[in-house]
Design a protein around this ligand. Sequence first.
Ligand SMILES: Nc1ncnc2c1ncn2[C@@H]1O[C@H](COP(=O)(O)OP(=O)(O)OP(=O)(O)O)[C@@H](O)[C@H]1O
Length: 590
Amino acid sequence: MPRWLPILLFAAVMTALPLIPGIPPFWIVLLDNIGLAALVAMGLVLLTGVGGLTSFGQAAFCGFGAYTTAYITTVYGISPWLALPASLVVAGIAAVLLGLMTVRLSGHYLPLGTIAWGIALYYLFSKLDFLGRNDGISRVPPLSIGPIDMYDPHTIYFVIWAMVLISAVLTMNLLDSRTGRAIRALRRGHVAAEAFGVQTARAKLLVFIYAAVLAGLSGWLYAHFQRNVNPTPFGPQAGIEYLFIAVVGGAGYVWGGVLGAAIVIILKEVLQGYLPLLFGGQGQLEIIVFGILLVVLLQLAPGGVWPWLANLVPLKFRRAVTGNADGLPARERVGGSTTAPLLKVERARKQFGGVVAVNDVSFEVNAAEIVALIGPNGAGKSTTFNLITGILTTTGGRIEVHGKPVDNTPPQEVVKLGIARTFQHVKLVPDMTVLENVAIGAHLRGRSGAITSMLRFDRGDEAKLLAEAARQIERVGLGAEIDQLAGSLSLGQQRIVEIARALCADPELLLLDEPAAGLRHMEKQRLAALLRQLKDSGMSVLLVEHDMGFVMDLADRIVVLDFGTRIAEGTPDAIKTNPDVIKAYLGALA
Ligand SMILES: Nc1ncnc2c1ncn2[C@@H]1O[C@H](COP(=O)(O)OP(=O)(O)OP(=O)(O)O)[C@@H](O)[C@H]1O
């Protein structure tokens, strides 16, 4: 089924609803409120559900949008339509300022930070004289198109839902793009995304601004719908409710935001309408019942109602890969005519407090060479990988790529030099397909930004990126799994997906951390064949591996670490018979 068909059907239903003869006006008001909340929740989907940044403060951005338009339309008498860009820009600027302070926070400090500024802004709105303090601003003009003034809920309904639909389409386009994949990777931590060039701080700020602008849009609509603005709807309680809406609907799904808004607002109305009849109007019982029902709902559908419903109607939107990977620009080579080794690690050192994880280790990797780094658990192999790829800073020594120092260079810059890696503990995004995960590897080879992607002007670039990802997936032998969610594959297969992702970066040196762990015998043989093939094509491989049969068959050279110190280096035959290595490591394996 084409992707746009359900959207078109939804648009048709929403257009027809208010035209049904005899539909109670109250229902239209309810639908207007659902649309307004859906816009805020959609921003939260991107921010919290997709990007992993929990915010309780979104209502404040509605306030920025609402107060901006209320102020300039009443004081300067300009058209609400001209005030719209101002509302969005003010909400966006507020997001930049608050985002720069907040998105650096992690763990529970981030949501606490959003609560703090949510409360602060609420009090600010209610204390400023020019915003009317607690009384707010009244006599806000209605929206109008030509001779039609949208005084009644029936007419503004079409504007609200047109905005919801346009925002949903733009948001889906954004998520289904190079920038969207970078945002979706944030939730699994920074390390993997940064290793492929994603500027995670910038991606976080982008979603923060995007969510705030959607909230600002909702605020703008709200001001011209209610025609007066006061601080109450923009306080911390509303902020909590918006987050509730996103979570109930399904925080990871654009339509979850819309569905969540419908569920929460209708439920509240029904309870407020009927419970006082049942219990004789005793003190706000509906709020308690509302809370209990939401908790029950989340128990039944922990990921939200949208994915639960989507599972009942399993519609598959298969991604056709149509582009030509040859059109993708190759990574710019930095080696040039230098005779320096591809990778030179010289007396690299890493201390964690009193622990010397890497103790003045030196070795080199040359072009078209497979080098293995072996040693007992805790010998410092993964730490060495992290020093080379910029995830950790060195305590001493020097690391060079083509003679260029890279120690203490950010991972996003290291990958540009042609170094791509896999991880000992697999770092894929489980709810993204194999194709989407692998395409993150080609992040630096694409150019499209957020706006281009939202407007779908990125299709040429995107087709080439996906074609490259598909080519690498075929290359590692996982073509049949291309549309599977990465989280549904076996751990061994996930390691191979990581290799395909690394190959997408067009590397000169592949760093593989235990690539054969979890693979069956035949799979290991296929992996060894692939790595030999890569070597024949001129690529180098540095691998950490505990399977000695695999290493001895494959490596040109082996470097052995023990307690962070290099104890031997040589060909597999020399290493097999080295007494120090047998004592420290091979003996233990025998
Ligand atoms: N972030 C950290 N903080 C403190 N100590 C660390 C940190 N990372 C690693 N270490 C310590 O550094 C030493 C080397 O660890 P590393 O993970 O590099 O070993 P490894 O050779 O990769 O081991 P394995 O084969 O088990 O993966 C260990 O003693 C480990 O406990």
